[in-house]
Structures are given as structure tokens and as C-alpha cells.
Design a protein around this ligand. Structure first.
Ligand code: PLP
Length: 371
């Protein structure tokens, strides 16, 4: 990335030689990203982040298909476990633009049944959006089956694949997707760069208006260093992915077994096997997720929780509630992401401290409730 901040700092939209140099690097980044997901270079659109890619996907198709040959604006299908970038965009299309919105049911593991997609499709459905892998519980969805159903009905299909590239191979044709969102920092690239795959011929009106950058699909000067960095990161993960994923599945399963064995009143969330190779997620009864996160942070472990504390009032994650997890459990959620650098010793060290941290957080909550 460094040359594109220093000596080769041209704007890829400029015609002079600095610009042409940047444009050539950007063309190469499109080609590398496209090749990595089975797409053509021209179908790759660089964005400012994964959220932006999701926003462009839903809004771009919805705008293009709005009122197409029918009375109402149209109908959108998605799930209750999407990242906010999809969920809030779908809700805004409903609330401000009049689209109907169907949220598909998910089972206790967070899986969508493709037959439910088939049943939800209507004559006025304009887009279906189902995430490839959930960011809180790691569950993988049957994307190619859902995509095949959408294709049968001629409905554009979007998938948020932000969590996937470092751990799962992606091929837009095998997945039967028309749109796919990625975020570079989730595959060891720079933060603040996203990618939208937009299949040639998909109805799309750019929700951002401006110049002709990214062939008019995402107007605005492109972050050339970021695009180059994303392409390099995609090459990097493509080389390591299979070996790393196999290694991480073993570590993840060791972690899951250890936690369930050593921590009382603990449950795994998400699917036991159809899950991201690097992600272990749990709920602990009568535990405040944020307190547990802070306790683990003090011990040197950076983890996350799906529950959030808004104005002193803990809120369980809507994703866990949609999976039927009771609020008293959902408030104590913990997501542990492993990575290419995680070693077996790290898992053992975490298994040493986690039971103590859970116990301490439970005890202090109990003491607090008893005044
Ligand atoms: N979608 C999913 C599944 C995510 O996990 C994230 C980020 O964590 C996003 C979308 C948003 O990506 P970004 O932070 O690049 O906007």
C-alpha cells in the first residue's frame, strides 16, 4: 500500500500519468478480488466499508426495482439475524420508501430453511438478502440452495459474506449470488475498505450519486492504497485459508468442549458444526456479558459480547432472541474469535481464566442484587 500514499499518490480518475499509474493499480486490484471470488473484474466495486457494500446492495436493487410493473414499491425478504448494515437498511426501505419486509424464521441454531425462502417469495419480491455467516454465533447459511430458489424466480439475491473470506472459499457462481458484500479488515486487509460484488445485469441504481467512479456504481474517489491492500490481503488469505481453517476448527472445538465442560450453566450458541471455523460463541446464565468482557480484558483476552448496555439497561442481542434463547441467558453472551495467530497455548490459557471470570461476574451480580 505504501507507494500509493507516497510516490504514486495519483487519483485513479485523473488522466495524467500519476492518475494512470493509480488507475492501473486499481484495475489490478479489481482483477485480483474478482478472480478470488469467481467474478469478473468489472463486477467488483470498491466501497468505504462492508456496511456501505450492504447498503448499496439493498438500496441499489430496491431503487431499481421499485414499482416495476406493479402498484406497491415491492417486497424485501431478509432474516432477523443480519448485521445492522442489512437490517437497518431493510427497515429504512420499509419505513421511508414503503417496501414490505418479511423476516424469515431461523431455528435454534440460527439457520434459515430454504423452503421458508420459497414460501416467502411473492410476485412483487424485489430482493432477498441472507448473510453467509453470522457475526455473533458463526452459523453458516445454505446460501447456494437459497440462491438457486431466487434464481428460479428471477429475484436478485444478496449475501453479506463479511465474516467469511479468511476462513471459507467464496465463489459467486457456486453460491448463486447476484450481490455479495465483503469488508477488507475481516480478511487481514486495511480497515475502511469494502467490496461489493455486483453481477453484470443485476438491476441497480447507485444510491450514492456523483461521478462515474467504479463505473458509476459507487461514485466518489477510490481509496487506491486501500484497494491495493485489500487485493494483497485476499491473495494472502487464499494461500493460507485451507490449512488455517482446518487448524482453527480443531482449536475452536477444543475451546467449545473446554468451556462447556468447565463452566456451569453455559451453552454453545449457533450451529455445532455448520459454523465459522474460527468462531466460538456462548451464553452463560445470570452473567452480564459486558462485565465478563471487561474481566477477560483485564486478563489479556480481547473478546466481544452480543448484548449491549444502553443507559445502564442491559439489552440482549436480537440475534440470540430470534434463535429462541431466553433473555436471562442471552444477556450473558460471549463471542471468541480465533485468528491465524491463535495457538493451542492461547486456548488453554483462556480455559484457565474463563471459569474464574464467569464465577466472579456471577457472584458480583448476585451481591449487587442482594444490595
Ligand atoms: N456485516 C457483517 C456480518 C459484519 O460482521 C460486519 C462488521 O463486523 C459488517 C457487515 C460491517 O462491516 P464494516 O465494519 O466494514 O462496515
Amino acid at each position: 500500500m505504501q507507494p500509493f500514499w507516497r510516490e504514486a499518490f495519483g487519483n485513479a480518475a485523473s488522466l495524467h500519468h500519476f492518475g494512470r499509474e493509480a488507475a492501473a493499480a486499481l484495475d489490478e486490484a479489481h482483477a485480483i478480488l474478482g478472480c478470488a471470488i469467481g467474478a469478473r473484474a468489472g463486477e467488483v466495486v470498491f466501497t468505504g466499508c462492508g456496511s456501505e457494500a450492504d447498503n448499496l446492495a439493498l438500496r441499489g436493487v430496491a431503487f431499481a426495482m421499485r414499482h416495476a410493473g406493479r402498484r406497491g414499491p415491492g417486497h424485501i425478504i431478509t432474516t432477523p439475524i443480519e448485521h445492522h448494515a442489512v437490517e437497518a437498511t431493510a427497515c429504512q426501505l420499509r419505513d421511508l420508501f414503503g417496501f414490505d419486509l418479511t423476516l424469515l424464521p431461523v431455528d435454534g441454531c440460527g439457520r434459515v430453511d430454504p423452503d421458508d425462502v420459497r414460501r416467502a417469495i411473492r410476485a412483487d419480491t424485489v430482493i432477498v438478502s441472507v448473510m453467509l455467516a453470522n457475526n455473533e454465533v458463526g452459523t453458516l447459511q445454505p446460501i447456494s440452495e437459497i440462491g438457486a430458489i431466487c434464481r428460479e424466480h428471477g429475484i436478485p439475491f444478496h449475501s453479506d459474506a463479511v465474516q467469511a473470506p479468511a476462513y471459507l472459499p467464496l465463489d459467486v457462481n457456486a453460491l448463486n449470488v447476484d450481490l455479495l458484500a465483503l469488508s477488507s479488515h475481516k480478511f487481514y486487509g486495511p480497515k475502511g475498505v469494502g467490496v461489493l460484488y455486483l453481477r453484470e445485469g443485476t438491476p441497480y441504481i447507485p444510491p450514492i450519486t456523483g461521478g462515474g467512479h467504479e463505473r458509476g456504481r459507487r461514485p466518489g474517489t477510490v481509496n487506491v492504497a486501500g484497494a491495493v491492500g485489500s487485493a494483497a490481503a485476499m491473495r494472502y488469505v487464499a494461500r493460507q485459508r485451507d490449512a488455517q481453517s482446518a487448524r482453527l476448527v480443531a482449536l475452536r472445538d477444543r475451546l467449545i468442549a473446554g468451556v462447556l465442560d468447565r463452566v456451569p450453566d453455559a451453552r454453545l450458541t449457533g450451529h455445532p458444526t455448520e459454523r465459522l471455523p474460527h468462531l466460538a460463541s456462548f451464553v452463560f446464565k445470570d452473567v452480564d456479558g459486558e462485565s465478563l468482557l471487561m474481566a477477560l480484558d483485564v486478563e489479556g483476552f480481547a473478546v466481544s459480547t452480543g448484548s449491549a448496555c444502553t443507559s445502564g439497561n442491559p439489552e440482549p442481542s436480537p440475534v440470540l432472541l430470534a434463535m429462541g434463547i431466553p433473555p436471562a441467558w442471552a444477556l450473558g453472551s460471549l463471542r471468541i474469535s480465533l485468528g491465524y495467530d491463535t495457538r493451542a497455548e492461547d486456548i488453554e490459557a483462556l480455559l484457565e481464566v474463563l471459569p474464574r471470570c464467569v464465577e466472579r461476574v456471577r457472584r458480583s451480580a448476585l451481591a449487587f442484587s442482594h444490595g
